[in-house]
Design a protein around this ligand. Structure first.
Ligand SMILES: [Zn+2]
Length: 397
């Protein structure tokens, strides 16, 4: 009881980590069906799992829609500031504590964007499938991270299990032959009349003004791309925000497919219901559905991978796999992010990640709970002594 009174936060967290296992979410799902994939798995490096509380929190911060990211940061910053200010102490101590929480939160946000760290990797058992990304940027894009080269992009993809990626900078054709560490394929992301269209394959520059006048003019772009030998895929969030009422118009204009997952914060608010509607349309018209990291050089993890079968065409040619938390969070109102994002994160833990969380909480709890002898400095010595208490006593020699 004393333990509960003295360490309510740690014990509440422990309870949540254990309770969330009763409502588990698979870490990875097929984005079109919502079911766990049969032919692929998410492999977490040992260091990722050993540091699971940090790894999972940074991933969960990466997979937030823009609205939810703002809501979560503001709500948590206010709560931490209030908690710091209301604790007992001198005015100076309370001010310091009130500032510390929000600053630590900002540091976590920065770490999600930039901290080098171990990342999960997609592994497929089927060697006929290629793990591929259809949409990613370098610093040739106006909004790419400065200094983010094609080589950096290839290394980022390789760490996460990709064998290939199209490079689709904004209105800048990519055609450099890069084979290592993964294959980078030629492409471009054309901004034309309120839409972003991925052009994939042997692309050439176009006269964008010709396709910029209105939706009718834009429709002619697909014939031009096909003439070049390239595919044209409608990108998120633009076709959802600006063209949702006329998806059939895209189909009539010979679009080759639709993104159904895009990991950019602007696109992560796309709901499961809308994704289902697009997948259904694509299946009926035998069009591609694709997932996109839409990486711009920020963040260490992708929320989506594709399993591409070179022998198939249309809808069957590609399967989109995604982190379940990234898809599920898009169904929640932004203002709920402060509690729904942590809960989705805990629900999607693997058993080894959950064990790691429990171990970290217990180690810190023991460290904090063992009374210090008068005059003892805090430190590892206390932890060692507390672990001593838990040691199984063997027969004495
Ligand atoms: Zn993009």
């Amino acid at each position: 009881m004393t333990l509960v009174r003295r360490h309510p936060m740690a014990l509440a967290l422990l309870a949540l980590v254990l309770l969330s296992a009763l409502q588990p979410l698979p870490a990875l799902v097929d984005a079109a069906t919502g079911a766990p994939p049969a032919d692929a798995d998410l492999v977490r490096p040992t260091a990722y799992t050993a540091l699971a509380p940090l790894s999972n929190v940074l991933d969960a911060l990466t997979f937030l829609s823009l609205g939810r990211a703002w809501a979560l940061l503001i709500e948590w910053a206010l709560a931490l500031a209030a908690w710091g200010a209301l604790r007992r102490g001198t005015l100076r101590q309370r001010l310091g504590r009130a500032l510390f929480g929000p600053l630590a939160l900002a540091a976590l946000g920065g770490a999600a964007l930039m901290l080098p760290r171990p990342v999960p990797r997609l592994v497929t058992a089927d060697s006929s499938l290629t793990v591929i990304d259809y949409h990613a940027h370098t610093d040739a894009s106006h909004d790419g991270r400065p200094g983010w080269t094609a080589e950096d992009l290839a290394a980022w993809h390789e760490a996460q299990g990709f064998a290939a990626s199209y490079v689709t900078d904004h209105n800048v054709v990519f055609r450099r032959p890069i084979e290592h560490p993964i294959r980078l394929l030629p492409g471009v992301e054309w901004s034309v009349y309120r839409e972003h269209i991925l052009a994939l394959g042997p692309v050439r520059p176009i006269d964008r003004a010709r396709y910029n006048r209105d939706a009718r003019a834009l429709g002619a772009l697909f014939a031009e791309l096909h003439h070049q030998g390239a595919l044209g895929v409608a990108s998120l969030p633009e076709y959802w925000l600006n063209g949702w009422d006329d998806l059939e118009g895209f189909v009539a204009d010979s679009v080759d497919g639709f993104e159904i997952v895009n990991c950019a914060p602007k696109a992560l608010a796309f709901s499961t219901a809308r994704r289902g509607a697009v997948a259904q349309l694509a299946a009926a018209r035998d069009l591609l559905v694709v997932g996109a990291s839409d990486n711009h050089g920020w963040g260490k993890v992708t929320c989506a991978w594709n399993l591409s079968s070179p022998s198939a065409h249309g809808y069957a040619a590609n399967h989109v796999l995604a982190r379940s938390i990234a898809l599920a969070q898009g169904d929640w109102e932004p203002w709920t992010a402060a509690y729904t994002q942590p809960w989705l994160m805990l629900r999607s833990l693997s058993s080894s990640e959950r064990s790691s969380w429990v171990t970290w909480i217990l180690v810190i709890l023991i460290y904090r709970a063992v009374p210090r002898r008068a005059g003892d400095p805090g430190g590892i010595g206390i932890l060692a002594r507390s672990l001593e208490m838990f040691r199984v006593r063997g027969p004495r020699a």
